[in-house]
Structures are given as structure tokens and as C-alpha cells.
Write a protein that binds this ligand. Structure first.
Ligand SMILES: [Fe+2]
Length: 180
């Protein structure tokens, strides 16, 4: 057991938080505070510090037993933060692997998933897809965008998935326009 987060997880959390802020800024809701979304996204995988490194860094598919251990990171992270941060943040950490069709870690579905957790999920998956992992090569941004788009409304909240896709496309456009 270890108490430190590895470098890759830390950078993944930072990138996820930056995407999440952009999505949150594009969606005005009274129950959505951009600061809370940012902080929850930054801390969403903090529970991985409590996951044994051989499981965390395994270069292959996890066994069913290992998967159960890996899935505890959402609850462990929440336990590390409870009492220190508002419930809006700890709940988003707890539910960041929930899927709107109810097939996520705890089987919580659409209306019961905190909005911040829905945003984090979209951004978390996008960054994971385009990143190198011990068990997979990075996808291209195009492939990841198509995946988000095609699965919005089932695996991802459609509003937040579309906002993230639009933001990423906007970045492409800015890059293309800068070539003169
Ligand atoms: Fe996670």
C-alpha cells in the first residue's frame, strides 16, 4: 500500500480539471459552481494513492478481483477528503465513475448523479483515451471525439459531452488559423 500518487495520475488530474473548468464555464447552472468542479476534477483520482501499485500500473487487463480493488479508489478518495471539503466536491469525487444509464461503479443513474461528477466523467474519459496507459496506446483526438459524440446520451451526459467536443474542435480551429 502506498500513499503517494504517481506522476501520470497527477498530470491526468490536472488536465481533467482544465477541461472540466472549460465545460463548466459553458454551462450556467445554479447548482454548478466552477470552483467546486475544478477542485473535484483535480482531486477525482486521489484515492488511487491507496491502490497497490502493481494493480495501478498493471500492463494488461485487470482480473475481476483486481478490478474490484481498483474501483475502491472513488470511495477511498472521498474518505480522504470528507470533513475537509464541501459535500459538493466529495460527492463529485465519489460519483465520477457513474454512467447516466446506471451501469457505473455504484449503479447511480442520470438524475441522481451530481452535475459536477457528470462533467468530470466526460473529461476524465476523454483525457484517458488520448493518453498512453499501461494497457493501451493513446487514441487520436479525432477518435476520442467520435467516441464521446457517438456515446453521448448513453455513456455520457449529452450536454457536457457536446460542450467538450465543441471546445476541443475550437482548439483545432485556433491551431489551424495560427498557421499563416
Ligand atoms: Fe477514477
Amino acid at each position: 500500500m502506498t500513499d503517494t500518487l504517481d506522476r501520470k495520475t497527477i498530470f491526468h488530474c490536472i488536465r481533467t480539471s482544465l477541461y472540466a473548468v472549460r465545460v463548466a464555464l459553458n454551462k450556467e447552472r445554479e447548482d454548478l459552481k466552477v470552483r467546486d468542479v475544478w477542485l473535484a476534477a483535480l482531486l477525482h483520482d486521489i484515492g488511487k494513492a491507496k491502490i497497490p501499485k502493481p494493480i495501478l500500473n498493471k500492463a494488461g487487463k485487470l482480473t475481476a478481483e483486481e478490478m474490484l480493488v481498483m474501483k475502491t479508489h472513488a470511495r477511498k478518495g472521498t474518505e480522504m477528503l470528507e470533513g475537509r471539503l464541501p459535500a459538493a466536491i466529495t460527492d463529485a469525487v465519489l460519483y465520477h465513475h457513474e454512467i447516466i444509464d446506471g451501469t457505473g461503479y455504484y449503479g447511480v443513474s442520470d438524475k441522481d448523479i451530481p452535475e459536477a461528477a457528470k462533467i468530470i466523467r466526460v473529461c476524465d474519459v476523454y483525457d484517458s483515451l488520448i493518453s498512453q496507459r499501461p494497457y493501451k496506446e493513446p487514441w487520436t483526438k479525432d477518435e476520442a471525439l467520435i467516441y464521446l459524440w457517438e456515446n453521448s446520451g448513453t455513456l455520457f451526459d449529452p450536454v457536457y459531452a457536446h460542450i467538450l467536443c465543441r471546445e476541443v474542435v475550437r482548439d483545432f480551429r485556433k491551431k489551424i488559423c495560427s498557421y499563416r
